[in-house]
Design a protein around this ligand. Structure first.
Ligand code: KG4
Ligand code: ZN
Length: 356
C-alpha cells in the first residue's frame, strides 16, 4: 500500500509502502523563513505552504519513481496545527483523492508522531506508553490497542520544545532552540544551576515548563549573565545554564514516563516528536527502560521532527481498517487525541465498569 500525504508547518509529502517502508519523503523546511522571527509566523507559513505544495508532491512521486495512479490511498494531517497550513493540505489532498478516485483519510498530527516509530523499529507490542514531546505538545498516552488513546499526562502550560525555544531566545542563541541548547549542554555542567522539577499541587503526573523559563530569566538577572550577541562564542555560564536546563527537562519527562509505566504496565515505550531528537533524553530514557526491562523505540532523527511519512504510516492503519474520509472533511485546529475517556463515560452510563 502506498500513500502520498501532506503535513502542517513544513509542507511535506511521502510515499510509503505498507505503513512501514519509506519509498520517498520530501520536506520543504520553513526554518530559514521563520528563523529571524524566533518562532513560526502563521501567515508566512500558510503562504509558503501554498507555494510549495505542488513541487513537494511532484518531487515525492519523482523520487519514488511512481505516479499518483499507483497509489492505493492518501492520508492528510487534519489537525491540530495552524489553520492556514492545515487547510492547504486538506483541500489539496481531498481534490487529489477525488480526481484519482482513491480513498483518503484524515490523520491527527500527534497520532502521526506516535507512528513515526513504525519505521526502523520492531512492530509495537500493546499496550504501549508514548511520550510525544515537540514544540507544540507534551503528552504521555496510554495505548491499550492500536487506535485507542488515553492522555495520562499533559503539560499545563508550555510544551517542552517551546521551553527549549524560549530559553534559547532569551539567551540570544537562535531558533530552533533545542539543537543549539543540546550542543552547548555537552560542554556545560548539568549540576551548575539547581532547578526544581515542577510538581502539580493536585498530585497528577502533569508537566509544567513555563515556570522553568521564568527561573532561567531570574538566574540570568541575578547572576548578571550576558546573553550571547551577534553569534559570539557562548560563555561557560551560558553552557552551564543550558546543561542545567536540559537536565531538569529530561528528568521531568523521564521520571513521569517511569511513574506511568509502573502504574499501567506497558509492553513498549515510545518517545517521539521534535524533542525526541535530543541525545540526552534518548540516553536517560534507555537507562530507565533497561531498568524496567522494556523496549523503548525512538524514530530516527529525520522522522522525529515533523514529516509526512509518519502521517502515511498512521493513515495506512486507518485505511486498512476500512476508514474513509468524506469530501466534507475539514481541518480542526484544536483536534485532540483521546478517545478512551469517552468510552469510560459510556460504559459508566451503561452500568459497566470499563477496565483497562
Ligand atoms: O515535532 P516538531 O518538529 O514540531 C512540532 O510539532 O512542534 O518539534 C519541533 C521542536 C522545537 O521546539 C525544537 O526546539 C525541538 O523540537 N527540538 C529539540 C531538539 N531538536 C528539535 N529539542 C531538544 N533537543 C533537540 N535536539
Ligand atoms: Zn510535530
Amino acid at each position: 500500500m502506498r500513500q502520498a500525504n501532506v503535513e502542517r508547518r513544513d509542507a511535506a509529502t511521502a510515499v510509503v509502502r505498507d505503513g512501514r517502508e519509506i519509498i520517498s519523503s520530501v520536506i520543504s523546511s520553513q526554518i530559514p523563513i521563520h528563523k529571524r522571527f524566533g518562532g513560526v509566523v502563521p501567515e508566512l507559513a500558510s503562504r509558503e505552504h501554498l507555494d510549495k505544495i505542488v513541487p513537494v508532491v511532484s518531487e515525492a512521486f519523482e523520487r519514488a519513481g511512481v505516479t499518483a495512479k499507483d497509489l492505493d490511498g492518501l492520508a492528510v494531517t487534519i489537525g491540530p496545527g495552524l489553520v492556514g497550513s492545515l487547510l492547504v493540505g486538506v483541500s489539496y489532498a481531498k481534490a487529489m483523492a477525488y480526481a484519482l478516485g482513491k480513498p483518503f483519510v484524515g490523520v491527527n498530527h500527534i497520532e502521526g508522531h506516535i507512528y513515526s516509530v513504525a519505521f526502523e523499529n520492531p512492530p509495537i507490542e500493546y499496550p504501549a506508553e508514548a511520550l510525544i514531546v515537540s514544540g507544540g505538545h507534551t503528552n504521555i498516552f496510554f495505548i491499550p490497542e492500536p487506535g485507542k488513546y488515553k492522555v495520562v499526562a499533559r503539560t499545563r502550560d508550555d510544551a517542552a520544545g517551546e521551553a527549549f525555544d524560549k530559553v534559547a531566545k532569551l539567551l540570544g542563541l537562535g531558533y530552533p532552540g533545542g539543537p543549539i541548547i543540546e550542543r552547548l549542554a555537552r560542554e556545560g555542567d548539568p549540576k551548575a544551576v539547581k532547578f526544581a522539577i515542577p510538581r502539580m499541587g493536585d498530585g497528577l503526573p502533569d508537566f509544567s515548563f513555563s515556570g522553568l523559563k521564568t527561573a532561567v530569566t531570574k538566574h540570568v538577572r541575578e547572576t548578571g549573565l550576558s546573553p550571547v550577541e551577534n553569534g559570539d562564542e557562548p560563555s561557560q555560564g551560558i553552557k552551564d545554564l543550558a546543561a542545567s536546563f536540559q537536565h531538569v527537562v529530561v528528568q521531568s519527562l523521564v521520571q513521569t514516563m517511569e511513574k506511568i509505566a509502573d502504574e499501567y504496565y506497558p509492553k513498549t515505550l515510545i518517545v517521539a516528536g521534535g524533542v525526541a531528537c535530543n541525545g540526552k533524553l534518548r540516553e536517560v530514557c534507555r537507562e530507565m527502560a533497561n531498568q524496567l526491562e522494556l523496549p523503548v523505540y525512538f524514530p530516527s532523527p529525520h522522522l522525529s521532527t515533523d514529516n509526512a511519512a509518519m502521517i502515511a504510516a498512521a493513515g495506512t492503519v486507518k485505511l486498512q481498517a476500512g476508514e474513509r474520509g468524506r469530501l466534507d472533511m475539514n481541518a480542526d485546529v484544536t483536534l485532540r487525541l483521546q478517545n478512551m475517556d469517552l468510552e469510560e463515560e459510556a460504559a459508566k452510563r451503561a452500568g459497566v465498569r470499563y477496565r483497562l
